[in-house]
Design a protein around this ligand. Sequence first.
Ligand SMILES: [Mn+2]
Length: 487
Amino acid sequence: MAEELTPETPEETTEEQAIKQRKNGLYPGVSDELAENMKSGWADTELHGLEPIAQADKTAARRAALSARFPGERLVIPAGNLKTRSNDTEYAFRASTEYAYLTGDQTQDGVLVLEPTADGHEATLYLLPRSDRENGEFWLDGQGELWVGRRHSLTEAEQLLGVPAKDVRELAGALREATGPVRNVRGHDAGIEAALTDKVTAERDEELRVYLSEARLIKDSFEISELEKACASTARGFEDVVKVLDKAEATSERYIEGTFFLRARVEGNDIGYGSICAAGPHATTLHWVRNDGDVRSGDLLLLDAGVETNELYTADITRTLPINGRYTELQRKIYDAVYEAQEAGIAAVKPGAAYRDFHDAAQRVLAEKLVEWGLVEGPVERVLELGLQRRWTLHGTGHMLGMDVHDCAAARTEAYVDTTLAPGMCLTVEPGLYFQADDLTVPEEYRGIGVRIEDDILVTEDGNRNLSDALPRRSDEVEAWMAALKG
Ligand SMILES: [Mn+2]
């Protein structure tokens, strides 16, 4: 990539200074003639009559609900800023979930402000406008459109998002001047936080964060269609992986990671979380994301991955596949036990059921199997009471799913783990059994085997719907599916 032009005077501190420097021709190699030349000869590319984004009515309803919860208070929800990767390169930007949920926008440095009015709130989006041609910022500033690409004008953004838009460079100053109660979603935009530092409290800001987490517990129709898309793309990504297992065997787990990532980038925005591409004993490491190990025929591959859609909803699916296409007898025994546990868990997902029911149902099956296999002394009730099965099951059986893979994580206990399931909730059911390579309490042949099966389950009016059922789960069906894909 090309290097940016840098001013001779490095101690520029404000936007005003930077603009002045450009005007004064302080950039090396930029003659007054060139600066003048660059000002003109550009077509007007303003877009007119833009249709609102598909979820515009949904984001408006979400803002209305937020407004009703915090009457009379100014609410500040930032998208976040670029994060440095090294020197002058940055990580790919991903807008904050709260901001994208309320606006449908994903612009870096954007800030949504809900200004209290007599009968609710007035929403304003603060965005970076199109680059100025007159002062040269479009080609002399690192965030100029010549460097980073065209962005929407404020008028275009208003049409697309259905919210009035203003220049974000004026926001911090305005927030400093403003009076009255204010809350901010923390952790995304240090500049906005600095402007508000004397006006907010951690406790009140946390209440805003908690509200926005709990607001996402029930998915609307747009969100459900996004989760369906995410699951469909993820299923295709898993098929991609099965087709290249021979290439992974010749290289490493990285081939699997890269293959899935290609699908995520072509069909969606990104992967929703670091893909777990765990072959052989790596499957017993719950969050194995180094993905630098060997892929060997005869071992299992635990693939836990999800495509994040362009609107930032992610799937979270796990399949544990025999790398050569056939489970060994012991692998199948363990796999079928986890499958049975998952079936019990999925059956417990229905409106009115306690959130904890699906976990309990799955754990009971796993405990029964462990007792049956002689790995832990029964009776099963004693095992469950003491939690002894957890040596080999390790984690909870699922979590809410949405824009964040572990969605609604700031929700209060009474609104999440202690609540009852309701239509529109989407959660994962993902039991597993993991026998560590160095676990001396199990027979040697068990060691290094890890199995997890994970699906994305939507609570419906009369039960549930498995959004990820395009991928087979039963061991014999997994084998048939793999055989068909490998041809
Ligand atoms: Mn999960």
